[in-house]
Design a protein around this ligand. Structure first.
Ligand SMILES: [Zn+2]
Length: 456
């Protein structure tokens, strides 16, 4: 057990992989968790999610949640089932988005016949989790006995995303959660941190830079125009949270300013429709440009041609609508959801286009398409890939390699050590090397399960 001056951090999972964020911070008789995410890869939920946590869940005082992506919240019901009864703390939008995301994940996991879902997810567990929830505004400080102070800064990653700052013994420890690819169309830029002593940071794109960041809207415009000319169907597999709203926001602007023709745009995802409603409610967390557009009376995500298809029959009927048309559906990596039906229906036609706008994890159908497969297997059928493939990496929700370095540069004079996590190993290693070489910042890539002591 560490003495009063030292804190111990255990990288329970989310080290050496992008997903499954779950970090334990212990010291001075207190135990805090930062995030409790689902481990994902080829499957929505890896087998490892069913393993017992490497700590006694009932001994945890507080779980802090950086944001509502499932790889940061997806094992909260399991934490409850293992006896957690502490406080759960996040920003206000994160609480509301999490409740919807957990219910959706429970529904998806209920189809997993290999595992007993009830062991980790029950309706009661989700209800109990929400009953333990408390919220903080950005910048609002929470003092916890034994000398800890916590607050969130804006990470600019998705609505409500926060970096957790912890002050203990006059030292500042920062858990970045995921860091937004600022400037974002919708959100304010990532807050600057210039006084951290220790940082635990993400590295999803630690070894790559995004192309076309500045031209992403122009490229989207071109893809839509080309598809219109081909009289094709443009299918966009997307993540329901943030990416969907960003795309709707951009298409809204293209339509409302008559840059593109009005055509049917289907938002074919009940989850995305629900989440978009929450985005409409929390406009006060958007950036100044988006706030101005709202003030002018435009409903950001709603434009002529847009059709929200809630039920399955409406979704099936999309096939009968003549092109040109656009279909936005989940999941973003094509590893489940309604997008699979559309991929099966449209990928073999050379007049159609599939547009990828996000990270495609190794082992997913999205990754195969991204890497140029000629044929893919979808729901029991071989589908030749003849549709155009368009990729706009600039829509990524994560900072790229150069911007991760810039983010750390602000605090290079104060930071004693950066722990690089939440990335594939080569990505984390590359970033750590860059931080060492370019900034002279002591950086380290822990492995899953490893514990470190930090001096405070
Ligand atoms: Zn995230």
């Amino acid at each position: 057990m560490p003495n009063d001056k030292n804190l111990k951090i255990t990288f329970c999972s989310g080290a050496g992989t992008v997903t499954g964020a779950n970090f334990l911070l212990e010291g001075n008789d207190k135990k805090f968790l930062i995030d409790c995410g689902l481990i994902q890869g080829e499957k929505l939920a890896d087998d490892m999610n069913w393993d017992k946590f490497p700590y006694d869940a009932s001994s945890i005082d507080i779980l802090f949640v950086t944001h509502s992506h499932i790889d940061h919240i997806g094992r909260i019901p399991k934490l409850i089932s293992e006896g957690f009864n502490g406080r759960i703390i996040s920003t206000i939008p994160t609480e509301e988005l999490t409740e919807i995301m957990l219910a959706d994940t429970a529904h998806l996991l209920s189809r997993d016949i290999e595992h007993d879902l009830a062991a980790i997810y029950t309706e009661e567990n989700i209800k109990k989790a929400m009953s333990l929830w408390e919220t903080l505004e950005y910048g609002q400080k929470l003092n916890v006995d034994h000398g800890f102070q916590f607050s969130f800064k804006d990470a600019g990653h998705i609505l409500g995303s926060g970096m957790l700052e912890i002050i203990y013994n006059n030292k500042k420890i920062v858990f970045t959660g995921d860091l937004g690819n600022s400037p974002s169309p919708l959100l304010p830029d990532t807050d600057v941190i210039n006084d951290a002593d220790y940082m635990i940071m993400e590295s999803c794109y630690g070894d790559r830079n995004h192309e076309q960041r500045e031209e992403r809207k122009k490229k989207l415009e071109q893809v839509i125009k080309d598809n219109h000319k081909n009289r094709g169907t443009l299918i966009i597999p997307t993540f329901s949270l943030e990416r969907t709203q960003e795309l709707l926001y951009e298409i809204n602007s293209l339509v409302e300013n008559s840059v593109i023709n009005i055509m049917p745009v289907f938002l074919d995802s009940p989850l995305s429709i629900k989440l978009t409603d929450i985005y409409l409610k929390y406009g006060k967390y958007f950036n100044e440009t988006a706030k101005k557009i709202i003030a002018s009376g435009d409903r950001l995500f709603i434009f002529p041609g847009l059709k929200e298809t809630l039920d399955t029959e409406e979704s099936k009927a999309i096939l009968r609508v003549s092109p040109p048309k656009i279909i936005i559906a989940v999941s973003g990596m094509s590893n489940g959801g309604r997008i699979l039906h559309h991929e099966k229906n449209y990928l073999s036609d050379k007049n159609n286009t599939i547009l990828l706008t996000g990270y495609q994890s190794v082992g997913t159908l999205g990754r195969l398409i991204h890497d140029g497969a000629k044929k893919v297997h979808i729901m029991g059928e071989d589908v030749p890939l003849r549709a155009h493939l368009a990729i706009i990496s600039g829509y990524s929700g994560h900072k790229d390699s150069d911007h991760l370095v810039k983010f750390v540069e602000n605090t290079a004079d104060t930071v004693k050590k950066v722990f690089v996590v939440m990335g594939e190993p080569k990505s984390s290693m590359f970033l750590a090397q860059k931080l060492n070489d370019l900034l002279g910042v002591n950086s380290y890539v822990p492995v899953a399960g490893e514990s470190v002591i930090i001096e405070c």
